[in-house]
Structures are given as C-alpha cells and as structure tokens.
Design a protein around this ligand. Sequence first.
Ligand SMILES: [Zn+2]
Length: 279
Amino acid sequence: MTNPHSALPDDRASTAHYHPRGDSRHLNDSSSPTPAELTDCLFFSPEDGRIWLNDQRMLLLHSSSFGALRREVIERLGLEQARGLFTRTGYASGARDARLIRERWPQADAAAVFRAGTHLHTLEGMTKVEPLHFKFDADSGFYEGEFLWHHSCEADEHVGAYGIGQDPVCWTETGYAIGFVSGLFGQLVIFREVQCRGMGHGSCRVIGKTVEQWGDVEQDLRYLNVSQAVSHTVAAPTPDSPAASRTGVSEPHPLVAPVRRSTRRCRPCNALHAHPPPY
Ligand SMILES: [Zn+2]
C-alpha cells in the first residue's frame, strides 16, 4: 500500500467523482461530521493494545518524545531535511484522515467535510485549529482558507529546544493541512504558515491556496519531494543553532514534479483518486 519510493501516501480515497464546493460562511454547526461524531470515532482497546480512529490504528505518543525525536532528526539531518520529513509525515496523516471522512460520511455537506479536518487535527492533539474562513470550488480549481493554530505541540517542542527563531516550525501540522485538503479537493493545495509561535507570535496563522493561486511553490514542493532523501553527511548543529541542511536540491520526485507542468490535478492527489479503496 505504501509507495516504496515515497513517503507520500499511496492512500486511496473514494473521491474519484467528488467535485466539492463550499463556503465556511454557510456552515451549520450541527452539520455532520460534528466534533462529537468525530470523537466517537476514537476508541481504546486496551485488551489488545490498540487505539483506533475509526478504522485507523493510532498511537498515544508523549509530546516530549515527539520533541526528542524531532530534535534528533534535526541534529542528524539538518533543518531543511527534517522539515521535509515531518511535512511529509503530516501529509500522510492528513491524507488518511481525508479518506476516513469521505468513506464514513460520503453524503455530508462539502464544507462540513472540509471543516472535519480542523476537528480531527485538534482531536489528535497536534494543535487547536480555529477556522477563520475557507471557500472552495473544485470545478473552477479555487481554494482559499485561513486558519489559526493555537498552542501547537510542534511549536512548543521546537521553542523548548531551540528558542524563538526566524522561520515557521509547525512542519507536521502544515503537512497535515496540505494532505487533508488536497486529498479532498483533488488538486494540490499548499498551506503556508504566515505567523508561527516558533517565531514569537501568539498563535500560528496559516493560509491555504492552490498551486496556481500561489504561483511560486517551488520551496513548498521541495518539502513534499522525497527525492531529497538524505544522501549527504550533515554536520550536527548545536541545540542553540541548528544547522541548515547542506544537501543540494535534487531532481524532484515524480509524484510532485508534474505539478509544475500541470496544476489542474496533481499526482499526489491522483494517487488518492485513481485507485479504488483498498477495502
Ligand atoms: Zn507554528
């Protein structure tokens, strides 16, 4: 099920003929899936050592352990490689959650389906998501959304390790947003943190747009591009001054490269849409 060449998911969402259109201004709080309905998808099975979110096995991981892992990855690989790795990990989680929502609520209002990602992201403990506004129309290829992330776990861990910096640090959360929205929308939607607690802001602020709407997404695509897998030795940075990656930019991974030629429907999303569900 996993593409051996890619950390991007080879998930299969049942969204082949899904052309969502919606506007958060028209959302009803009672529209399914509600936060309560999503919480009902989470259950613990301590008898056999499993935790489930609907049909997905989950982990209850200490935030501090995630921070320790993240710090070791940064120090071994450098900031740029680590950012890509965690962005792709978040992407995989977001894409899986998009599939969950579509399969469990196939008839739900499109705006409520898109909003469900904010609830799941919150439920999973990464950050409290506050949607400011979002609007989308898959047929015309338009997506625009703005969200606040409060007390991001990743920002806490990054600031605890390295202090306040110059760049956004919520890489996993950003990847999650890209994976979730792109998985539903059928085109690659890039999210960027324009404010981050890791930069000293009170909360993180993210904006999502399609590749065409952003225009220049080369840097964003690099973080989704697994062809930059580590192949060079990177000196370990000090905790106070993590080194940037010294690895040059390699050829783009085929999953991401076609986005530059045709933004209408991206290959990562084709992977989500082109195949029937695996079960
Ligand atoms: Zn942030």
